[in-house]
Design a binder for this molecule. Structure first.
Ligand SMILES: Nc1ncnc2c1ncn2[C@@H]1O[C@H](COP(=O)(O)OP(=O)(O)OP(=O)(O)O)[C@@H](O)[C@H]1O
Length: 426
């Protein structure tokens, strides 16, 4: 573990990106990139891959959260190379002029390295041509060439054209591999093709709607999914099935209902206090509270998501992990709140919020966590052993049916009450 930690090259903590038009492109991403990894970012269009890659490459500022770089030299500019997707050069620049310019900017004197890059990316084919006249593929090759030019420690590749020939591609991919193995490099590649993942990648990170929804080594990928193509298909199917099945499973409805009731209650009280004590606005206190609410919301989302999947052991284990880690994170934020109140006496008026949050954490620990304890679900006072994937689920189905019936009763009662209420208004 220690060994791995000391190998961290970039670390992201709670990194979010919100664009001006309100697009929340990245949602509190926590991620560690280790030295010598070949990391691939996967996900549908608009899932946040390029934004995450640009933020890691220090080419785009995050809206919130922190990034720590552990490069061997101080300058991030010198340590990162980025291949831009959009390539446009003003007219009048010849390829070789820009190479000369880069030599001066980075004081690059390693001619052998430059020659290697020229050969890998076939730069000689257009070295005397104006950049504004280059084809899309040639521009992309030049952009890759420039990304590696100054022998950075980390290279971020946003796109590799699928229209280049097999041999050329293989040469580039082998160069990537040698960059990692022989030059102590680290690579992040956005949406590479399946073959690349199978043959060269060491890790896959799958994004959906600004969240990292899966992060695994290529070894784990092969063990579970056999190939990248299969993995992408399965994960994408899981995402779509959740989208087209938005109704929560009745088994989880009471759990969800209770959780949301508690959370809404907490939020209302916080909102009221914040309205009363306007000095809270934009204080660290507000941020700590917002972070905690985010962790609580995340649990609500996960319970909702779980209720849209089958009740499988693996899904429940994930939820359990999330509850555990978010309770821990909330406690850390709560400690910060305590310290903050101690140091800022006017916030003593908000001591009540500290208590409310503490109570909610207790609720998580005492009521919510035990429902998903170990390999059994305890709900309504009954224990039920969780089933492994594909095993016989009839027992569980029966139990679910029982809850559906209960739920229907509640709905009927609610309807009755509503009708009564309407009549009383007449
Ligand atoms: N400059 C910008 N201004 C506003 N919204 C943006 C901007 N750049 C990205 N976004 C939004 O952020 C979200 C994530 O975009 P991003 O480009 O990271 O997606 P992606 O996963 O790389 O998709 P693709 O595979 O299509 O490139 C999208 O909703 C996108 O519309």
């Amino acid at each position: 573990m220690k060994e791995k930690e000391s190998n961290v090259l970039v670390e992201l903590n709670n990194v979010s990106k919100i664009f001006k038009k309100g697009a929340w492109a990245l949602k509190k991403v926590n991620l560690k990139i280790h030295r010598n990894e070949i990391v691939t970012f996967l996900g549908a269009n608009g899932s946040g891959k390029s934004v995450l890659a640009s933020i890691i490459a220090n080419n785009l500022a995050q809206t919130a959260g922190f990034i720590d770089y552990y490069f061997t030299q101080d300058s991030v500019f010198n340590s990162v190379g980025i291949q831009f997707r959009d390539q446009s050069w003003p007219s009048g620049f010849i390829t070789k002029d820009i190479i000369e310019l880069y030599k001066n900017i980075f004081l690059m004197e390693d001619e052998v390295w430059i020659q290697t890059l020229i050969e890998v990316f076939e730069i000689n084919a257009f070295i005397n041509k104006p950049l504004s006249k280059l084809s899309v593929v040639n521009l992309q090759m030049f952009s890759l060439f420039l990304a590696f030019f100054h022998k950075p420690e980390l290279v971020v590749v946003d796109e590799i054209s699928s229209s280049i020939g097999y041999n050329f591609r293989t040469r580039i991919f082998e160069f990537f591999e040698s960059f990692v193995k022989n030059y102590n490099g680290t690579l992040i590649i956005v949406s590479p093709d399946h073959d690349f993942i199978d043959q060269y990648a060491s890790r896959v990170i799958f994004l959906n709607d600004g969240h990292i929804i899966d992060d695994r080594s290529i070894f784990e990928l092969e063990q579970k999914y056999l190939s990248a193509a299969n993995y992408i298909k399965k994960i994408s199917n899981e995402i779509t099935s959740k989208i087209i099945k938005p109704k929560p499973d009745p088994f989880f409805k009471p759990i969800l209902r209770d959780y949301n009731l508690q959370l809404t209650g907490l939020k209302k009280q916080i909102e009221k206090a914040f309205e009363k004590y306007t000095f809270v606005k934009e204080s660290s206190f507000e941020i700590f509270v917002e972070n905690i609410l985010f962790y609580f919301d995340e649990i609500a989302n996960e319970i909702t998501e779980l209720s849209n999947q089958s009740l499988e052991k693996e899904n429940v284990i994930n939820l359990r992990r999330l509850i555990k880690s978010n309770t821990k994170r909330s406690k850390v934020e709560l400690q910060k709140i305590k310290r903050f109140i101690k140091q800022n006496s006017n916030f003593l008026k908000l001591k009540k919020i500290e208590k409310l949050i503490k109570d909610f954490i207790d609720y998580l620990n005492i009521k919510v966590k035990p429902i998903f304890r170990s390999n059994e679900i305890i709900f309504g006072g009954k224990k039920k052993k969780l089933l492994n994937i594909n095993s016989d689920q009839t027992e569980l189905e029966k139990m679910k049916q029982k809850y559906i019936r209960k739920e229907l009763k509640i709905i009927k009662m609610e309807r009755k009450n509503y009708k009564k209420f309407k009549r009383s208004l007449k």
